[in-house]
Ligand binder design. Structure first.
Ligand code: SF4
Ligand code: SF4
Length: 365
């Protein structure tokens, strides 16, 4: 059985100057297309706005338009105060040179962005582009709570698909509730695309004991392949997106999806044991509700810091987590322990205590 794979153009190979390496990207694109896959996913923000240019140089200029499909996104927070969705969209068409988008998504829908999306009629904007043939399928990528997903799908039943972040570790994570989101999308009979099946690479970098649990059952399979097979094996999943950086990852992904084998019962049981093992260290039960955030006088990204702390307890010191930590403008030791955040936390978390714990982890990194 074959499964659809989309190449996410957000972690392309880069050179020493951190710019996209177009030759290496061409090689990945060629291999992907030669093996019968045709979907690519980009956004204006990816690779510091270089990804859409890579779409044009590595795909549009080198292949016939009917041999590939491009998904792009309306990133509402990137629309200039004096700009419009129309200008943003026209620029995307111009930069990519695609002529039309096979899929166009409202980018990263979540509680904070929804009121503005309604007020500025962004979904209607996308539907109008679809009616004019400039977009073939309309959808949105989603990072919010299941309640919001239910609301969006009820209020905008015209959307063709929804792109969800689903992976085996976040399936019942209270801060993500991936399983609930999946069920809601199924209930609304929407096409489901899955992003971040390997959780930004974290599920390819398991602690040693986790690796040996998987290798005992399947010595040849890559660690990342378990995560991809979990996601792609869910019923009703149309496409799995993978942010591929190397030829080794490309070959692994292509081989997996070309001749897709769902997880066997034994493999599913192994994954359940692995999940239990990865959660052996207690997690901070933050639901990422965000109530604490506006209360903080130092403007610390509290839910993001707690998510990072939980990830360090699951995965240890991985390069992804250390790099992610370094991208923050603030550090957890800036907390002045005023307690304003904890007063409003519905989970009654001792937030300063958890930030101190993260600060200990971050020391010297
Ligand atoms: S205790 Fe720390 S994190 Fe909480 S509001 Fe005060 S400064 Fe911000
Ligand atoms: S208020 Fe509590 S549960 Fe909500 S995001 Fe903040 S720490 Fe997490």
């Amino acid at each position: 059985m074959r499964k659809e794979l989309a190449l996410g153009m957000m972690r392309l190979p880069v050179g020493a100057d951190k710019k996209i390496d177009y030759n290496a990207t061409n090689t990945l694109v060629d291999y992907f297309l030669e093996n019968g896959f045709r979907k690519f996913d980009t956004a204006e923000v990816y690779h510091n706005t270089e990804s859409e240019h890579a779409i044009r140089e590595c795909i549009v200029k080198r292949y016939a338009r009917d041999s590939f499909e491009i998904a792009d996104k309306l990133s509402s927070w990137r629309i200039a105060a004096d700009g419009s969705a129309e200008q943003f969209f026209q620029k995307q068409l111009e930069v990519t040179g695609v002529g039309y988008f096979d899929r166009y998504l409202f980018h990263s829908m979540e509680e904070r962005l929804y009121p503005e999306a309604v007020e500025k009629r962004y979904f209607d904007f996308i539907f109008e582009k679809k009616a004019k043939g400039l977009v073939r399928e309309a959808g949105f990528s989603f990072h919010g709570k299941p309640e919001l997903l239910e609301k969006v799908l009820t209020e905008y039943p015209e959307v063709d698909f929804v792109q969800l972040q689903i992976n085996y570790i976040d399936w019942d994570n209270p801060a993500v509730r991936a399983g609930e989101c999946y069920e809601i999308a199924r209930k609304h009979r929407k096409k489901i695309l899955i992003m971040e099946p390997v959780k930004g690479g974290l599920l390819a970098n398991l602690p040693e004991e986790g690796v040996s649990m998987l290798k005992t059952v399947s010595p040849e399979a890559s660690i990342a392949s378990w995560a991809i097979r979990f996601a792609a094996g869910l019923e009703g999943v149309d496409t799995v997106l993978s942010g591929i950086s190397t030829m080794e990852q490309m070959q692994d992904n292509v081989a997996l999806m070309k001749d897709f084998q769902p997880l066997s019962d034994e493999e599913s049981r192994t994954l359940a044991r692995l999940r239990e093992f990865l959660h052996r260290n207690p997690q901070v039960e933050c639901t990422a509700c965000g109530y604490c955030q506006p209360e903080c006088p130092v403007k610390l990204p509290i839910p993001g810091f707690i998510r990072l702390l939980n990830n360090t307890r699951i995965f240890g010191d991985t390069p992804q987590l250390i790099n992610g930590y370094k991208m923050n403008v603030h550090t957890p030791d800036e907390c002045i322990k005023c307690g304003a955040c904890s007063k409003v936390c519905p989970q009654h978390l001792d937030i300063p205590l958890h930030l101190a714990s993260l600060a200990r982890w971050a020391k010297g990194k």
